[in-house]
Unconditional design. Structure first.
Length: 361
């Protein structure tokens, strides 16, 4: 689980660290060569400022489908650098015996700090640092080596920064897949290994609109709206080739593996339907049904959807757990929910999703 805010750090110390990082980035911009990229996330313009060519691919490939033209006044600006471009100042996390913390993204050890308007996550396994200043709507991501970026970051880059920024915009990054049609779709929710990726990719192969298999943006409304975030997906290579042969050309489109699963990019497949978002009509909770054949639906109360979605969503990203849980309960209260029993016939999953969307109206 993610560590709570660290009370021992003096107020202002982390904010000053962010200021110094930004100053060093700007001072070294000419030497490294800054690449600006723009994306439309949750309907808002985001600018990434990438110091040097080494960091461009690792932190933009999974966002390629959201590329946008440059525009004035982006809602978020994120600077991205590694040690070849920016040498960081002494860390405010340094302490006798080394840093302490809980777990961050994908269970990796991390330290979360809140310092006034600044949020920070120090990822201890690479290492890497994510910082976000709510008042300035500015983020900074630094890692020691762009070449050593782990697979979970390649598939979901800058996720903590997007999460903190989204809280100020009124929406949440949730641990869920999302598929459907332009007039409405479904969230696929549940813990790792529940069948979310299999269900989402089966729908992608069948021509349904696809927003992701592991992360999505959920915004309030009547009904709530779901936006896409990353075009990366994770699935065991043998499972993909055997159960979803139409997507087998995707194997090898990524350059990493995570927990035994291939990390690949679905926009490389011909004829896929990636969409920017749709109204949320249903929540589906995949369950692997051993020995079963055709996919089946079982209606459950909306509270079951919250129970399936909340733990992995709240623990995967740091900060505002109580407020996020309250918002998830509010947004999902009126959304119909089903358990999606996933059997051997993976090709039957899209039809079951369509039936749920029809039943939800």
């Amino acid at each position: 689980m993610t560590a709570g805010p660290e009370p021992a750090l003096r107020r202002g110390r982390v904010a000053a660290y962010l200021d110094e990082l930004q100053a060093r980035f700007d001072a070294g911009a000419g030497r490294a060569g800054v690449v600006d990229r723009h994306y439309r996330i949750g309907g808002r313009l985001v600018r990434l400022r990438l110091a040097g060519p080494a960091v461009v691919h690792p932190f933009t490939r999974a966002l390629a489908h959201l590329a946008a033209d440059a525009g004035p006044d982006p809602s978020l600006t994120v600077r991205v650098a590694d040690a070849t471009a920016v040498a960081p100042p002494p860390s405010p996390w340094a302490r006798p015996g080394g840093p302490a913390g809980g777990d961050g993204a994908d269970g990796k050890p991390a330290l979360h700090v809140r310092d006034g308007s600044v949020e920070a996550l120090f990822q201890l396994d690479y290492p890497a640092i994510s910082l976000y200043d709510r008042a300035a709507r500015a983020g900074f991501f630094w890692t020691a080596s762009a070449a050593a970026v782990p697979s979970y970051e390649l598939g979901s880059p800058l996720r903590a920064i997007f999460h903190w920024w989204g809280l100020g915009e009124g929406w949440h990054v949730v641990h869920a897949g999302a598929v459907g049609r332009d007039d409405g779709g479904a969230l696929l929710v549940g813990k790792a290994g529940s069948g979310k990726s299999t269900a989402a990719l089966a729908c992608l192969a069948a021509g349904l609109a696809y927003l992701g298999d592991n992360d999505a943006v959920l915004a309030p409304g009547t009904p709530p709206r779901v936006h896409g975030l990353y075009c990366a997906a994770k699935l065991e290579e043998a499972h993909l080739r055997r159960r979803l042969p139409a997507l087998s050309p995707l194997v090898g489109s990524g350059d990493a593996r995570h927990r035994g699963k291939e990390v690949f990019f679905v926009d490389d497949a011909a004829g896929v339907r990636l969409t920017g978002g749709f109204p949320l009509r249903a929540v589906l909770i995949p369950r692997i049904a051993a020995g079963a054949g055709t996919a089946a639906l079982r209606r459950v109360p909306p509270s079951a959807a919250v129970v399936a979605l909340a733990p992995s969503t709240l623990l995967a990203l740091p900060g505002a757990h109580r407020e996020r849980l309250r918002d998830l309960v509010s947004m999902l209260r009126g959304v119909p929910a089903w358990v999606l029993e996933v059997g051997e016939d993976v090709a039957s999953i899209p039809a079951a999703v369509e039936r749920a969307l029809e039943a939800a109206g």
